[in-house]
Design a protein around this ligand. Structure first.
Ligand code: ATP
Length: 255
């Protein structure tokens, strides 16, 4: 596709009753770049993430994907068909399915179809099944957790469960990976490893990262968008954002 942004939001406004959670938000996610979405508590990061994921319908504004304006933002089950994957704070792993089966759920182009065939044991051709299994294995291997393929997610420590969720998001080979606070609950070492994973993902996909940990954000992002009270107050490379007076002022109230 053309060299323009992969994803862009323009004039996005979201109101919850009397609260304006997002006000005239515009942002662009370039292919193969890590874009950070940051801001103090309540700034609107999750709402913005949820607009792109189709969980929240904007009251105003447009979303453009690969240069095409979407009449409606995608619905959650349409995301993988577009080439968008996400991980959520709650991970959303299926406790009674093995790690490998959890990843296979994400492996089909249409995640919902994958979910139903895995959950209800609907027939797939054995060739199809084998190919999916191999892709899921490869995704686990990429994240260093292939040895745990046959285990149940609940038997793994939290940081490894996070990797399972990441493998499931990556197995469909998305063009955009969206991560909502992936560093929460990780040690500093684990966070550094996550940073390396995110950088390596950016060689094959764009990443949109909502994250509170500034060290991680500043070290992995190519471009950062800062929200405060639902508005974009700054956007640019990490060096510029770090020195931005409006950004510093927005965060002062937080410390
Ligand atoms: P945090 O860093 O604390 O997760 P955030 O930047 O992700 O915050 P949002 O969760 O998007 O911010 O919230 C933005 C604003 O919208 C807040 O004032 C919040 O209280 C409000 N809000 C979010 N979701 C809803 C909802 N479903 N109903 C009503 N108000 C909401």
């Amino acid at each position: 596709h053309p060299a323009g942004p992969l994803l862009s939001l323009s004039g996005v406004t979201v109101r919850f009753g009397g609260i304006t959670a997002l006000s005239d938000v515009g942002l662009e996610v370039a292919p193969h770049r890590v874009t950070g979405l940051i801001g103090p508590n309540g700034a609107g990061k999750t709402t913005c993430f949820n607009v792109v994921c189709g969980f929240v319908r904007p009251d105003e504004g447009t979303m453009t994907w690969r240069g095409q304006t979407l009449a409606n933002p995608p619905r959650a089950h349409e995301l993988s068909g577009l080439g968008i994957s996400r991980t959520l704070q709650g991970l959303g792993l299926f406790d009674r399915m093995t790690v490998l089966d959890n990843v296979m759920v994400g492996a089909e182009r249409h995640a919902r179809a994958g979910f139903f065939s895995t959950l209800f044991g609907l027939p797939r051709s054995s060739k199809e099944e084998k190919a999916l299994r191999e892709r899921a294995h490869a995704a686990l291997a990429d994240l260093g957790i292939a040895a745990h393929a046959g285990r149940l997610p609940g038997s793994l420590p939290y940081p490894l469960r996070k990797r399972v969720a990441l493998a499931r998001a990556l197995v469909s080979d998305p063009d955009l990976l969206m991560l909502d606070e992936p560093a929460s609950g990780l040690s500093n070492d684990e966070m550094a490893e996550l940073g390396e994973i995110i950088r390596s993902v950016s060689t094959r996909a764009a990443v949109l990262l909502v994250e509170h940990h500034m060290d991680l954000v500043m070290s992995v992002c190519d471009h950062i968008v800062v929200l405060d009270f639902g508005k974009v107050i700054a956007a640019g490379p990490p060096e510029r954002i770090q020195g931005d007076e409006a950004v510093q002022a927005a965060y002062l109230g937080e410390v």
